[in-house]
Design a protein around this ligand. Structure first.
Ligand SMILES: NC(=O)c1ccc[n+]([C@@H]2O[C@H](COP(=O)([O-])OP(=O)(O)OC[C@H]3O[C@@H](n4cnc5c(N)ncnc54)[C@H](O)[C@@H]3O)[C@@H](O)[C@H]2O)c1
Length: 261
């Protein structure tokens, strides 16, 4: 992990969805390095446990929870356990996500719903679960993983782009609802990030369909390299800290300059 801890998150409780893999895993480890105790939510409970084990090496408390974010019952049950364990939640990071790659005319209704169920419903379920507690304590940080595809549609990514644009809309509405309650809600829009399950899956599927892969598209990144999960995690740690108290409703590109709006 690059850099020394910069933010004082000691004693804070963070919930990170999708924490078993890729960007979410890196966020768990970064927040733990900054002193936060971490609840790792993921449908893949075994890998979530692995993340929690590594996070705990930073001397914080970390626990894994098998959670399907598309299910409100699963989400509510996990937050009830977190509240029993920690009392409240200070930081929520929504990183769980899935992708589909097909033209709009080839996209099945099932695939469309599947992508929205995780990428949009999932964010709604977790936000709804933490808002009353954050409002009552008068503080909180919510950070939602959108994508540069949420600001710029691409051929073959209709369902995914639409879901990530929805995350930006939800982030802005919730930010305004909570602005006077001391709760900050922001989104992060990663660019082309390697070393994640989604990247491997998307590149394999693109190659099978004779579409360009991210490795080929990476040549267009202005800073001259692809992103790594910790590039995103460092920005999330900043947004989770007091340093970002005056930022809310933003959708921050972390793309090496791929987009600038
Ligand atoms: N990798 C990239 O280039 C990139 C770019 C832009 C945005 N993103 C976004 O970043 C986030 C993390 O993606 P990643 O690249 O690290 O992928 P990843 O596949 O490595 O991680 C996603 C995690 O979400 C979990 N997950 C999937 N469905 C779930 C469900 N129903 N309930 C709970 N957990 C579930 C998976 O088990 C996995 O651990 C996603 O929201 C993705 O859309 C990634």
């Amino acid at each position: 992990m690059k850099g020394t801890p910069m933010y004082d998150l000691k004693g804070k409780t963070a919930v990170v969805t999708g924490g078993a893999s890729g960007i979410g895993r890196s966020i768990c480890l970064r927040l733990a390095a900054e002193g936060a105790d971490v609840a790792v939510f993921d449908v893949n409970a075994d890998s979530a446990a692995e993340t929690a084990g590594v996070a705990a090496e930073h001397g914080v408390e970390a626990r894994a929870f098998g959670v399907d974010v598309s299910s409100p019952d699963s989400v509510d049950a996990a937050f009830a356990e977190v509240r029993n364990w920690r009392g409240g939640v200070d930081i929520l990071v929504n990183s769980a996500g899935i992708i589909a790659i097909s033209t709009v005319e080839e996209t099945t209704s099932e695939d469309w719903r599947r992508v929205f169920a995780v990428n949009v419903d999932g964010v709604f379920h977790t936000c709804r679960a933490v808002v009353p507690g954050m409002r009552a304590q008068g503080s909180g940080k919510i950070i939602n993983l959108s994508s540069w595809f949420g600001k710029q549609g691409k051929p073959n990514y209709g369902a995914y782009s639409a879901s990530k644009a929805a995350v930006i809309g939800l982030t802005q509405s919730l930010a305004m609802e909570l602005a006077s309650a001391g709760v900050n809600v922001n989104a992060v829009c990663p660019g082309t990030i390697f070393e994640t399950g989604m990247r491997d899956f998307a590149d394999k599927l693109s190659a099978e369909k004779n579409l360009s892969t991210a490795t080929e598209r990476a040549k267009a990144i202005p800073v001259g390299r692809v992103g790594r999960p910790d590039d995103i995690a460092r920005v999330v740690a900043f947004l989770a800290s007091e340093e970002a108290d005056y930022m809310t409703g933003q959708s921050i590109n972390v793309t090496g300059g791929l987009i600038m709006h």
